[in-house]
Design a protein around this ligand. Sequence first.
Ligand code: HXC
Ligand code: NAP
Length: 295
Amino acid sequence: MYNTPMLKDGSLKDKVIVVTGGGTGLGRAMGSYFLKLGAKLVISSRKIDVLRKAADEMVAENGSEVLPVQCDVRNYDEVENMLKQAVKHFGKVDVLLNNAAGNFICPTERLSNRAFDTVIDIVLKGTSNCTLAFGKHWIATKQTNSTILNIVTTYSWTGSSFVVPSAAAKAGVLAITRSLAVEWAKYGIRSNAIAPGPFPTKGAWDRLLPGNIKDKFELEKNVPLKRVGEMQELANIAAYLVSDYSAYVNGEVITIDGGEWLKGAGQMNFLESLTQENWDELQKIMMQKKNESSE
Ligand code: HXC
Ligand code: NAP
């Protein structure tokens, strides 16, 4: 049920899509679906061996073309080179998917300033580097119908303890998304974001739930729908947002988290722990009080 592809074949035909962090996890899952829909792909990250292996496997599974390009998004020169390689190989780029990220859990007072910088540099500066390079290119070449899709999190707007550099950086990415949706619309560039809830990937899970804390906290329990996300569900939204079906969607952030963040936000949500018997008892008391006051 959750693994059914949403868009019809050919929905992304001939679109050239660059996915940063595209060799692993969510980036790879979204990229694989784009390929199935007819897109051509550039996947980039720091580890070229991982990228080459992923590219070979993705082509074997889905056909079409995947170009692996080594690029540390923290370095503007490397980002410009990635764009150059993409244009040289495919003749153009239509979509930038800012998916690369770095993160780990740590009490903030234990972080070194370098640790803080590292996460900000990958997530915020990495996104701004790619956005700036691609945006300048699209504007200079007068290419319209281009799209930027940014992967943020729900703590982009709630904030979160123990991942403060990531929360600050993702909040910045969301601000870039909304700001450029307006500023660059005149150039035919749309900007949108997706905020995923828990989607188990090795990269995120090893860093956010290291050691035996995996066994202590069951993330599913915090999700009203009582499950984690399936890759295809996320890929469906991503494919829609980079396709022409979403041509009028601009500046939007789509949350896909089973209701997780709202559960943490609603002031009375703690009542979830009450049993039916507790509710029977409480309602009896409330009705009794109501009857007494109306007598
Ligand atoms: C405290 C840490 C640390 C940790 C690293 N540092 N890990 N400090 N706790 N667990 C510190 C180091 O001591 C160093 O500071 C500084 O950070 C840089 O560390 P390096 O290892 O040199 O950095 P680098 O090799 O660039 O690696 C970046 C990284 C790493 C972020 C630290 O984890 C990485 O490569 N991550 C990429 C993939 C990833 O994180 N994926 C998960 C995305 S999940 P000093 O001062 O000692 O020099 C995600 C989920 C969102 O974003 C929300 C989910 C709900
Ligand atoms: P992941 O597999 O660790 O993905 C992170 C990717 O970023 C890796 O491919 C990594 O490749 C790349 N990367 C890291 N630093 C980089 C740099 N400096 N330059 C270029 N690439 C770099 O984790 P994931 O779970 O799939 O995360 C993907 C995205 O989803 C992230 O934006 C994350 O914040 C977001 N997200 C995930 C979840 C979740 O539950 N999984 C929830 C909310 C949001 P290299 O190491 O080869 O560079």
